[in-house]
Structure formats: structure tokens, C-alpha cells
Design a protein around this ligand. Structure first.
Ligand SMILES: [Zn+2]
Length: 404
């Protein structure tokens, strides 16, 4: 659809206000969760809200909200303002900008609907190794276990950070939400390749994560004959390829499997690798597929280690089940896009989002917008201002339908 110049300019203005915060020399941004840089993003969010005459407040874990009404039964438009290390400027921020645009339009049109925008803390796992901390804590969904002991990149525990800021690791559960809506960049190439303007998310794939520990024998690389070795890294190499095969086998169910972390000890040129840790991330939208992948991975890894005389241990470090979005919100967003003449398609989200935290406590919907070549978590991440306007318009059009 054609956007008004004023909308494009406002969108650009919002984007530019956040631009410099956490900028790095390489051209990206580092805005880690629960750091001073993330605080500055939230301060800017509040400032932008006050220029729209919105009331701002923080909850017990530092999430920041802007509200156009104190009424319960509000529509919460949310996303996050933190980033990965050397990340891009659109992941999370695009959703917050969309929320501000919706608020502006609602005010201009005198739309009678209670709307709030939520900026959730520490959505990325880059600082504490744990994702959706802010939204997970207040919805009581993600973290049944105590996460206070998690340690930041700076070596502080989450508990210490919370204490310093007056936050609580056991906050009251958020109440009064009628629906949760989130705009996010796709972080994949589907929309771009299909030349579709927006994606309506049906299911968010659940990440299941493991550490695998392999112990062989660190010995002299020159003095140990090939037949007498217990090389943990060679076992790891076989396991990595096996996990790739398992992922490909389950691709028909839209599942994926990745070994993203390899830690090799002692990682020295003239020593046979004695110990290796692997970080495995499997995701899918069907629990049966995830279960098969987990079983096959463990069986294969154990067999590989047995054949090589390597000690094997695995540990599940995360398990968020795949979660469906609300059918009626999906349909509503799809119809809204159609009314505006914006092309849309239903799709799954391979990446996790704050929406996962809300889907079990209220009706939840997500709108994806394309990002260049699917690149994300990278300084080259890019989406156009027009795409943000498209997605924001779809959400606003949907909310207009809710107001009548
Ligand atoms: Zn994100």
C-alpha cells in the first residue's frame, strides 16, 4: 500500500532516535539485556511516548510500558529493545516502532481502544544465556525454575543486577491483557523470496537445547599413534554431522537441528583434544518431531562415543514447547492485510519471541515483515521503513476492527 509521507517520516524519526544507542565501531549495535545500554533504549522509549502524551510505567522486572488508557482489557503491543553482541538495529526495535506508530494513529483518529506498548527486557540470550527474561518472568510462563544464578558477560549474577536496580525475580503476574500483538522482522528469507509484504505467524517453534560433554584423552599429538587415540574432537565431528543428518530427516516437519557451540580443550596445536563440549539447538513446531530428534541424537552420539572409547554425557538446558498463535487473531490480521491491499501469507516462526511468553495467558498474534536476505543478529540486518509501515498498518487496521 501507499504510505503517507508523514507516516514514513515519523517511522524514520523513531528509528533514528534509537540509532546511536549502543553503536559499535563495526557499524552494528550491542545493547545487551539488563545493561546501561538497554536502560538508555528504555529511556528513549519513554521519551518518545511522552511526546505522544502517553503514560509510562515500569513493572517489577524493568519492562517499560506506554499506555493510552488505565483501563483493563487492553491490547498489548510488545517487543524488545536489547540486541545480541554486534547485532542489527531492527530486531525488536521494529516492533516497538510499530507500537508507537499505532499509538499515534489511534490518537489522531480518536480510536476508543485501550492500547499499551510493552518493551520487554533481555529477550536475547546473549547476556545471561537465557532468552525472553523480562516477558517470561511477568507471565510466569518461561521460568518455573530460579534463574537468579545466571551470570552476565560482565560476571554479575542476574540476582545481583536485579538487586541493584530494585527489580524482583518473583514479580506479580501481569494482568488485564485482552490480546498480545507483536511485529517482528522475519529473520529468514521466506517473505523476501515470495515477495510477500507481511507474514502472519501460526506457530512459534520451540527451542530445545542441550550441552553434550565428551571426554577422551589429551595426549601428545606427535607421540601417540593413530590407533591409540581417544580424540574427543573427532567424536564431536561425527556427532555434528549426525545431528545435521537428523535435522535434514525431520525437515519435512519444518524442524531444524544445529550445533552452534564447540568448545575444545585444551585447544592446542600439538595436543590431541581431550575434552569437547557441544551446544545443540533443535527446534520444531511438532513435539513428536522434537522427541524423535532428541532420541535419535542421543542414540547416535552414544554409539559414536562407544565406538571411539569416549565418555559421553548430555544435559538438557532448555525446553520451550512449540506454541500456537490464536486462530481468531491470525484470521483478523489476515483480513486486515487484505483490506489494506497488503500481501500476506501464513508462516511459522523458527526464532523465539516475547510472544511465546504471552500465548498461554492471552490471545496472541504476530506479524512478520521481510528483512534483507533474511540476515539478522548481524550488523548487516536491514528492513525498509516501508515494511515497518506495512506491518504497523496491518496491526492498526486489525485493532480498528476490534474497536467496533
Ligand atoms: Zn527479536
Amino acid at each position: 500500500m501507499e504510505h503517507q509521507i508523514a507516516d514514513i517520516q515519523y517511522c524514520e524519526h523513531l528509528f533514528n532516535q534509537f540509532y546511536d544507542i549502543g553503536s559499535t565501531e563495526s557499524g552494528g549495535v550491542t545493547r545487551l539485556g539488563y545493561t546501561k545500554t538497554e536502560d538508555r533504549m528504555h529511556d528513549m522509549f519513554v521519551k518518545l511516548g511522552s511526546s505522544l502524551n502517553l503514560r509510562s510505567y515500569q513493572d517489577q522486572v524493568g519492562n517499560t510500558y506506554l499506555a493510552n488508557s488505565a483501563d483493563d482489557g487492553y491490547y498489548l503491543i510488545g517487543s524488545h529493545l536489547d540486541s545480541v553482541i554486534e547485532g542489527g538495529r531492527y530486531d525488536g526495535v521494529a516492533g516497538i516502532i510499530a507500537g508507537l506508530m499505532v499509538m499515534k494513529w489511534a490518537a489522531e483518529d480518536g480510536l476508543k481502544l485501550p492500547i499499551r506498548i510493552g518493551a520487554f527486557r533481555c529477550e536475547e540470550s546473549s547476556n545471561f544465556g537465557c532468552c525472553t527474561v523480562g516477558s517470561g518472568l511477568i507471565t510466569k510462563e518461561a521460568y518455573k525454575q530460579d534463574i537468579g544464578g545466571l551470570v552476565s558477560k560482565e560476571g554479575e549474577t542476574l540476582e545481583e543486577v536485579f538487586k541493584k536496580n530494585g527489580y524482583s525475580l518473583h514479580p506479580a503476574k501481569i494482568t488485564g491483557i485482552k490480546q498480545y500483538l507483536e511485529l517482528h522482522i522475519e529473520q529468514g528469507k521466506v517473505l523476501e523470496e515470495c515477495q510477500t509484504s507481511v507474514g502472519i505467524v501460526t506457530t512459534i517453534a520451540g527451542p530445545r537445547r542441550f550441552n553434550i560433554y565428551l571426554r577422551g584423552m589429551a595426549e601428545h599429538s606427535g607421540a601417540t599413534p593413530m590407533s591409540m587415540r581417544y580424540d574427543a574432537l573427532c567424536a564431536a565431528a561425527e556427532i555434528i554431522l549426525e545431528i545435521e543428518r537428523i535435522g535434514k530427516k525431520e525437515a519435512a516437519y519444518q524442524s531444524v537441528a544445529t550445533v552452534g557451540v564447540v568448545t575444545n580443550h585444551p585447544n592446542v596445536l600439538n595436543v590431541i583434544p581431550g575434552e569437547v563440549e557441544l551446544g545443540v539447538d533443535i527446534r520444531g513446531i511438532e513435539v513428536s518431531s522434537l522427541n524423535r530428534m532428541e532420541r535419535d541424537m542421543k542414540e547416535a552420539a552414544k554409539q559414536i562415543c562407544k565406538n571411539r572409547g569416549i565418555e559421553y554425557l548430555d544435559e538438557k538446558i532448555g525446553d520451550i514447547p512449540p506454541i500456537g498463535m490464536s486462530d481468531s487473531v491470525e484470521l483478523g490480521l489476515e483480513r486486515a492485510a487484505k483490506r489494506l491491499g497488503i500481501s500476506s501469507r501464513r508462516m511459522i516462526s523458527g526464532a523465539g519471541h516475547d510472544a511465546m511468553s504471552f500465548a498461554n495467558i492471552c490471545e496472541t498474534g504476530m506479524v512478520f515483515i521481510p528483512c534483507l536476505k533474511g540476515i539478522s543478529h548481524n550488523r548487516a540486518e536491514f528492513t525498509s521503513i516501508l515494511s515497518i509501515c506495512d506491518g504497523a498498518r496491518v496491526i492498526y487496521e486489525y485493532l480498528k476492527g476490534e474497536a467496533v
